[in-house]
Design a protein around this ligand. Structure first.
Ligand code: ADP
Length: 242
């Protein structure tokens, strides 16, 4: 896939409110980009535009139709009447037998292929959803707060599995979160959005060695430094209101 380049001059809803204005950024092939912004900033709207689900906006995406795009949402969205194996077969019919077993082993679910979603914990369901997102071998993977509302150890385990799958296949990843430390622990680069209408207010490279835990000293120091430099960064502002 080529460089991803996104420009949204305006995305306004029919009620007249604009969720995005003058937002633009690029991502290199294989780059892991986290997108951080306050609630209601327009992050989900942005991912819907990039995924092609919403074409009603003023702007330009230069890769549409050229990339296989995967999506992982806040909820696992597994089909409850299908087993794990059948859920995965929906995106990759060749995921059977030893190939399926190996894939499930990568996320620690080697023995779960015949179970139904209701027989899995929330964390296990997310692991199936994570594997499903990678099974289609996306060139661009869009992730909308995929590990929200999990307990810390489960979320940490999923982040490690995400990084291992990403490092093996290197899709470009756009990972939306409102958790600064999660963004810094995962990404090559973090884009901070303004409160709605969304635009990019700060673009920060993260040059820390991997693997990085949320509470590693590098992540903590960078997070503290950013918040010391920009106390209102997570509210979407670089300068404090006077
Ligand atoms: P985030 O994901 O950052 O929390 P969203 O993209 O969900 O933000 O929403 C951005 C803004 O757009 C919010 O003000 C929200 O109320 C508004 N919005 C989202 N979807 C619609 C819609 N279908 N119609 C009108 N307004 C919407």
């Amino acid at each position: 896939m080529n460089m991803l380049s996104i420009t949204v001059r305006a995305k306004c809803y029919s009620n007249g409110s604009c969720a995005i204005e003058n937002l633009s950024f690029s991502a290199r092939p294989g780059e892991f980009v986290a997108i951080v912004g306050p609630s209601g900033a327009g992050k989900s709207t942005l991912l819907k535009i990039i995924s092609g689900l919403d074409t009603n906006f003023d702007g330009q995406l230069d890769f549409v139709g050229q990339a296989r795009v995967g999506f992982m949402f806040q909820e696992p969205r597994l089909m409850p009447w299908l087993t794990v194996a059948q859920n995965l077969a929906l995106v990759d019919a060749s995921a059977t037998g030893s190939r399926l077993h190996q894939a499930l082993e990568r996320v620690g679910l080697g023995d779960c292929s015949q179970l139904f979603p209701r027989q899995l914990s929330g964390g296990m369901q997310r692991r199936v959803a994570l594997l499903r997102a990678f099974l289609m071998e996306p060139q661009l993977l869009l992730m909308d707060e995929p590990f929200q509302s999990l307990d810390d150890p489960t979320a940490e385990q999923l982040r490690a599995q995400l990084l291992s799958l990403w490092q093996a296949t290197k899709p470009t990843v756009l990972f939306v979160t409102h958790n600064l430390q999660e963004a810094l622990s995962l990404a090559d680069r973090v884009l901070f959005l303004s409160a709605g209408p969304a635009r990019v207010v700060l673009d920060v490279p993260v040059d820390l060695p991997r693997p990085r835990c949320l509470d590693s000293s590098g992540v903590q120091q960078l997070s503290q430094q950013l918040l010391a430099d920009y106390p209102d960064l997570l509210k979407g502002r670089l300068a404090c209101p006077s």
